[in-house]
Design a protein around this ligand. Sequence first.
Ligand SMILES: [Ca+2]
Ligand SMILES: [Ca+2]
Ligand SMILES: [Ca+2]
Length: 212
Amino acid sequence: MKGLNDDVADGSPLFYVTTSVAITMDPATRSIRRTCVSATRTTTAAGVNVVLVKGIDGNAPNKLVTDENGATATFTVALTSQPRDDVTITLSSSDTTEGTLWTSSLTFTSVNFAAPQTVTIAGVDDKTVDGNQPYTITVGPAKSKDLNFDGKFSSLVQVTNRDDDTAGVIVHSDHWAYHLRGWKHRLFLDPLAVPADRRCDDWRYEQQFGRG
Ligand SMILES: [Ca+2]
Ligand SMILES: [Ca+2]
Ligand SMILES: [Ca+2]
């Protein structure tokens, strides 16, 4: 006997093979008229397979990295067995001020269930020196009329969004420049942090950090 693969998570069903009537002249087996053989067939279990692809953390291969400068990270999702009905898997970010998703859900059918679908995460920029920030992407749980999947297989993808800001004084508008002109105090500014076209004549640039 040889088991046949159907990719459906239908458990390990017991099945029977019935032979024809035994025909023998052997007195020892003459009483056997019909033979029944039982066997079980095992199949691949239902599940959701998540594989990290791009932006893998060099220090932690089970994590991803994005950054505030626009770097993205990706992972793929696929089903491990053929569903009896469409399976939808929702995706969400724990902190949308640090990382967002290009798609909010994936749908798998009985045809494309094994083809990995790519999920892209984009780092979100801010203007504060907030350090590298961890967040998580929640994958699932699956939703389906197929009870092998419905409400199951939730997992987390750990991500770090790297900060790209550094401390310094940056003048963003003429409104700021107006107020700075009236200051009588010495300004301890880093000249390189102030665009040349934003420097006022009466600003005093001091590179005397630690002395004023
Ligand atoms: Ca930034
Ligand atoms: Ca930042
Ligand atoms: Ca940030």
